[in-house]
Design a protein around this ligand. Sequence first.
Ligand SMILES: [Zn+2]
Length: 510
Amino acid sequence: MTDETVVVGEFSHETNTFAARPTDRAAFADRREYVGAALLDALRGTNTTVGGVVDAAEDRDLDLVASVAAAATPGGIVTADAYDFYVEEILSTVRSNAADLDGVVLSLHGAMVPEDGTDGEGPLLSAVREAVGPDVPVVATLDLHANVTDEMVAAADALVAFETYPHVDTAETGRRATELLVDLLRDDRELSMRIERPPMLPYGPLQNTRSGPMAEVMATARRFEGRDGVAKVNVFPGFHKADVPAMGCSVVSVADDASAAEWAARDLAAELWEMREAFVGEFPDPHDAVGRALRSEAVADPEAGPVVLADSGDNPGGGGTGDETAILRELVDRGATNAGMALLADPEAVAACLDAGVGERVTVSLGGRADGSFTPPIGDVDGYVAAITDGEFRNTGPMATGTENHLGRTVLFRCGREDGVSVVLTEKRIQPLDAEIWRHVGVAPERLDVIAVKSNNHYRASYEPFASEIITVNSPGVAAFDPHQYDYRRIDRPVFPLDEMAADDYPDWY
Ligand SMILES: [Zn+2]
């Protein structure tokens, strides 16, 4: 078997165009930035798309040339400086290997918005296509939350998305993409893609692929695959916190010929559209949700696991500031005991706690300070500095297993009395989707009665095994799941459930 030369790279960001703070190079360095061959060693064996590509390439004797792997926590528009830098890293690797290049596989998100445009990945893929010419296959992985553009579909040979939310199949997705690339290289397979866009916005918590309507849609997608030359049916419920023309739901099919791609995309889009009402729901506000948690039988039962409150409106994984205080305020005001909050990104509070020192009492103001916060600080909280860490730990749960987290200087702050609400105070923003964040500050999360987590759905992978109950909270913040909250100017209308939909607004395939 010949060793084909394949360039691998990652440039991933989910951009919340409503978030106040732009995403610059420092934000990528904070989360993940590996350049050149270092990325192979750093990500091999981790549950990341690049990790899956590396493992599959070694199994299939591909000669990988590493470009760059860069990912930042979701946030505001990507600065021109950061966008140009990482695009140029990838293009320069492609160009300098052009003479004997056989393929390209890129790990992208699909909802990146650069400062100077509305689509990060389409122009990147077009530039790669231009550099390699029409005959070298280009395959890209996308997050399930991509807002897919026609340009992405036109420029790539195949797009391969996560099938799960929580995204526990990231390495598997990298592997699938690499296997498709091998088919294109060694079996002279040619692929057609087709995109259809049901005009609907499935609410974030209802995009959970583990149960409910999304689980049904995904099961249908899996049934279509393998039938009639259909290689892949990608379902994208969309990332709604982006005011760009392609924002919304789409289905992208990949098949051996155009007619197979067409029926697969249309049939699945029709199923989604048929189910549109099931993707809209009501969820309690922080006051009602915290009341329900504290009244739960699980709280009175020392054997029961915690009630988990999902602070979805302030999910840093959707661009949230990570310092919204609505749920924490409810917990503190009601005198919750043996409760926890992961996390609160508040460098000023961290500094005050570090000045006081571990084991000391201190009075601090908590949260509500970041640019664009929806909620005010909780002032004058008297509490105890229970632990101080460097904020470094690796995920041990099912998502992004083995990858590093960098929280900056981190404090476990206990509000009020000894058994008051424990807050993981951090300098940096991440989505605390892995319960290891608790263990790294010396807390066994299983033994808390109530845990609030700044996450929309990803926390389920790590927390569901020990939670007694889960409550999704419609909490305030720039990551809130209800699309009615956002003042869109550039998206396609009409769209369900924002607009009244008349029969002649329905898609032509319906
Ligand atoms: Zn996602």
